[in-house]
Design a protein around this ligand. Structure first.
Ligand code: SAM
Length: 199
């Protein structure tokens, strides 16, 4: 929750983050996650014991919380503090990449996608938190198509895997929250792969 009671990440997303982790860790190897938040996806990634697990986080309070929780001492974890835009030159290549800087704009994610061909190894899997227009079923599908087309122009095919979320989302989840950022019954989990690999 931010200082204005606007939700930016909530515990109901745990099963979704577990599904994202499973997708990006399906080849094992070296994993990159951008945006630590509550650490849900990173906790799930750790369960797959990747060879290396790089986390980029920009918010000083989130970074402090990560350090206090011992993330800095995990053997296979490398934490890069800063905005991904400012630290991208420090990155290597990865077998799995997850991107969730929710709070940033679509344009930021779009800019990140331009770096995928350099960051994602051949055969690697990319996924991102698909909260695009999560309050409107029509525009959510439109955005899903748009981002798939943009990724296609970079050489990636995108599968949007439907996951039912209605049961995780009773009214009590939103008590005290100003803006429901998600109002749909189905979450479409993106799984992107180079088109030459997925043929
Ligand atoms: C919604 S949370 C991520 C939640 C995470 N997927 C989880 O499983 O808990 C978004 C995170 O991205 C971070 N963030 C936002 N913009 C960023 C940027 N430009 N570079 C790096 N981190 C950023 C925020 O500080 C926040 O911790």
């Amino acid at each position: 929750m931010d200082s204005d009671s606007k939700a930016i990440m909530m515990a109901w997303e745990k099963p979704l983050m577990e599904a994202h982790a499973k997708a990006v860790c399906s080849n094992g190897g070296h994993i990159l996650n951008i945006g630590f938040g509550m650490g849900l996806v990173d906790t799930a990634i750790q369960q797959y014991a990747p060879s290396s697990h790089t986390i980029i986080e920009a918010h000083p309070e989130v970074y402090d919380r990560m350090m206090r929780a011992g993330w800095g001492e995990k053997e296979n974890v490398k934490i890069i503090f800063g905005r991904w835009q400012d630290v991208i030159s420090k990155l290597e290549t990865y077998d799995g990449i997850f991107f969730d800087t929710y709070g940033e704009y679509y344009e930021d994610m779009r800019e990140f996608h331009q770096h995928l061909p350099r960051l994602l190894k051949p055969g690697g899997i990319y996924s991102f938190f698909n909260g695009l227009c999560g309050g409107n079923p029509f525009f959510h599908i439109v955005y899903g198509q748009l981002v798939s087309l943009e990724l296609e122009s970079l050489g990636y095919s995108t599968q949007l895997i439907p996951l039912p979320v209605k049961d995780c989302l009773g009214e009590s989840v939103w008590e005290g929250v100003k803006q429901k950022y998600w109002q749909l019954d189905t979450y479409y989990l993106p799984v992107c792969q180079s088109m030459s690999e997925s043929e």
